[in-house]
Each structure stands twice: as C-alpha cells, then as structure tokens.
Design a protein around this ligand. Structure first.
Ligand code: SF4
Ligand code: SF4
Length: 442
C-alpha cells in the first residue's frame, strides 16, 4: 500500500508506510487523495524532500539478518500460585511442573554469554518466578560475577509474593519488575484469582505499594490483559494511571470466544477511548495524555518518530532466547513445551548449534513482514513487524496466519498513536516516543 489516509478525532492525515512519513493535510487534499490509488509523481518527489539523509539510508535498509543474543529469559518456575482465567501456560506448568536448578541457570548464562560481555539482559519468568526466589538470588549473584555489574535484570510476576525481603532485593539489584494486574478489584478478581478462587487485587496492590516504598528508580510497571470481561479502555486506563505507574494493555491470546471481545466491542471501546485521549492532547493536557498512552500507541509513535522499520514482531529468537527448567531453549517464553518453537537444549547443544537451529527455523518458517501473505500489503506493516508467532500458533495452528481480532486491535491503536503524534508539539514528540513499553515479556 502506497499511502494510508486517516481521518479521526479532528485530524486528516496522510501516512506513507514505506517511508514512515506522516503528514497532516487539509480536507481538500484529503478528498483529492481519497480518489487516488497511487501517489502522483510530483507529490512523491515533494514528499521525499522531507526525509533527512540519515533516514533515507536507514529506510533503504532491509531486514536485519543478525542473530545476536543479548538477553535470555529464564523460566525459573513451572509452577504458579494462581489460576488465572486466560492462562496460556497450563496454570504455569507448561505441561511439565517443576522448578529450575542452579546448574541449569548457570549453564544457560555460560552458554549464551561470554564472560564480561556488555549489554546483557536476564529476565526471570514463570509460572510464578518468585516461587523460586532462592534461585533468583543465586543467579543474580552469579551473573554479576560472570558478566559484570552492568547486567540488566528483569522479572515478570503476578506480584503475590512481594514481601519486604523480595522488594528490597529487587530494588538493590535494580530489577525492572512487570506486574500483571487486569484492572480494579471488580475486573481483576474476575480474571486473576488463587487456586481456591480468591481474588488477588488487594494483595497485588499491597505488593506494588511495598515495592514502591523501596523502589525509587521507576522500574515498576503494570501489564494488563484485555478480555471480553475488562474491555472498557477508559476505565482501565483511568485506573492504571491513578496508580501513577507505566502500564501496557495487551489483547488476550486465546481461542476461547467467551474471553475474546468481539470486533464491535473492541472498535467501540477504542473509539470512546480515542475521543477521550485526543481531547486531552487537543486541550494541551499533555501530562495526562502521556500517562494514558500505552502499548501499541506508544509503538506507533516511537517507530514513526525514529523511522526505524520493524520487520519482525519482537526480538524472540534473534535477540532473546528462553530457557526452561529442563534446559530446553525456545524462541519465545510463551512457546515453552511447544516443539514448534524449540531450538535446542543447553545440555546437548552449543551456542553455535542453537543459533544455527534458530536461523533455520526463521529461514524456513518465520517470514518477515514483507513476506507474509496477510501482512505484506498492510499499511501498518513496518510499525507492527507482523503477527506474533505465538498468537498465530494458538489461534491458527501455524506460524504465519494473523489473528484478525488482534490485528484489528493493533491497527486501531496504531492509528490512534499517529493521531496523538500529529497533535503533539515538536518538543514533546521525543518524550512520547521514549515512552515505548511494548516489548515486554508477558
Ligand atoms: S499483524 Fe496485522 S497490523 Fe501487523 S502487519 Fe500484519 S496485517 Fe498489519
Ligand atoms: S508472545 Fe509473540 S510477540 Fe511476544 S515474544 Fe512471543 S512471539 Fe514475540
């Protein structure tokens, strides 16, 4: 698609997907383009002048074929203390309960990183990773000795087990902590509850407060899963921003039609939210608008501002690999236990073997966005990077078919991100673009 016209919330926009260029145009020009299927040559020439040299070069760049692993996810626990309604991981067990031991974690670190390597990230994941807190402490100590003090630690947790000792440890070791919470007590407790069916909202909130008492470095954020039950974006966003923490909201990945909102519900909720947030930017209430912009909107702003095309949905396999308690290696933390996404085992394969397996998987099965039948002609392809592999496997049982509902969700929010971007004064565009929090392990 050569161009995309967007007329929403008081803005007429012309977006050029190939160049990631966004122009605000008037109604007359908008009507002129509405009757065209391609851009006239004279306009193309004019438009190209807007591309700085650096960006011209970057935009001619094609796919990054690199497989440089700079982060690993250690699934330290195949056990969980909750029983969330939409769990994709078989109650956190991934079909194989147990926890990781130190030998496995150490071996994973030594397999993927050189001693003293710079720019390294280690994220602890589960099930619930804090069920194996003892190991997390051991691994953190070891990683600091082996890699150095600059290693960046992260954890995705349900927040139930954050007591004083945990909060203190996470803060002292500068962890980024992503806590799952699906809204206020009413909504969260319908989705996230214990095995005995007890709601978790109040416990999670206490944990967040505890963490914030210690953690003054702003590394705590929230991740919500949007379902048919909690799909009112204005309410959700209002609640999360009242907690004064960064957050993201992602659509549930499931085949359960009862949990998936319908297209109509999603459209209407995004529309209401769109009006609400664009009213904020229109009224120059940028502080509130900033607090309430999340996920795919942030991504659209970041990509268009930085003009860095995305060819893949995430760094899974190319930058990040995942190791489970048995030492099996996957390209995505959500594919644990699924042979489709397995690329080796740290006790049987070397780093070279695993990277070779990954390269093969990508070249045979994981096409870039330009080569995906469903995506290659999409106006948002270089913002999006294409379908999430896991989502395709779950909803279509193959790698490359997009889930139409998720696609709809993304495109609506990308559009909204572009409208917000168009409203922003130049000096704030940078700030909004730096707020991108979409590539999280969740
Ligand atoms: S997944 Fe959907 S939004 Fe993303 S590139 Fe493909 S068609 Fe476009
Ligand atoms: S869930 Fe999807 S987007 Fe996230 S890491 Fe896995 S494949 Fe990538």
């Amino acid at each position: 698609m050569e161009f995309k016209l967007i007329s929403r919330f008081g803005k007429h926009l012309l977006f050029l997907p190939e160049h990631l260029l966004l122009f605000e145009i008037d109604e007359e020009l908008f009507s002129f383009f509405e009757n065209k299927s391609t851009l006239p040559e004279s306009i193309k020439k004019e438009i190209f002048k807007y591309l700085p040299i650096k960006q011209k070069n970057e935009l001619t760049k094609t796919v990054e074929e690199k497989y440089d692993i700079n982060a690993i996810v250690l699934t330290v626990s195949h056990e969980c203390n909750l029983n969330c309604k939409y769990c994709y991981g078989n109650n956190g067990t991934y079909g194989n309960p147990g926890v990781m031991d130190f030998e496995t974690a150490k071996r994973a670190i030594e397999t993927f990183f050189d001693k003293g390597q710079s720019n390294v990230g280690i994220t602890f994941f589960g099930g619930e990773p804090l069920l194996n807190f003892k190991l997390i402490k051991q691994v953190t100590k070891f990683a600091k000795e082996y890699i150095g003090r600059n290693v960046k630690f992260g954890m995705t947790t349900n927040g139930i087990l954050i007591k004083d000792d945990v909060a203190c440890f996470l803060t002292n070791n500068d962890f980024s902590v992503l806590i799952s919470l699906d809204g206020d007590q009413f909504y969260n407790d319908k989705l996230r509850y214990t095995k005995a069916g007890k709601g978790t909202h109040n416990t999670i909130l206490n944990s967040i407060k505890k963490l914030l008492l210690y953690n003054t470095n702003g590394r705590v954020s929230i991740r919500a899963t949007l379902t048919s039950i909690n799909n009112d974006l204005i309410e959700l966003v209002g609640y999360f921003s009242s907690l004064d923490l960064p957050f993201t909201i992602q659509l549930v990945t499931t085949n359960d039609e009862n949990l998936r909102p319908t297209f109509e519900e999603l459209s209407s909720k995004i529309n209401d939210f769109g009006k609400y947030i664009t009213d904020l930017v229109r009224d120059r209430n940028y502080k509130q608008a900033f607090k309430k912009t999340f996920g795919w909107m942030n991504l659209a702003i970041t990509v268009v501002h930085g003009k860095n095309k995305r060819f893949y949905p995430c760094g899974g396999g190319r930058k990040v690999l995942v190791v489970n308690p048995m030492g099996d290696v996957y390209i995505c933390h959500r594919m644990d236990g699924n042979n489709n996404g397995k690329v080796g085992n740290i006790f049987e394969d070397t780093r070279k073997d695993i990277i070779e397996n990954t390269r093969r998987l990508f070249s045979e099965k994981l096409y870039t966005v330009d080569h995906l039948q469903d995506c290659s002609n999409c106006w948002a392809k270089y913002i999006c990077g294409g379908r999430c592999y896991h989502e395709s496997l779950i909803t279509a049982n193959e790698w490359n078919t997009v889930d139409k509902l998720s696609c709809h969700f993304k495109k609506k929010l990308f559009e909204l991100g572009l409208v917000i971007y168009a409203y922003l004064p130049d000096k704030l565009k940078d700030n909004f673009s730096k707020a991108n929090k979409s590539e999280v392990v969740s």
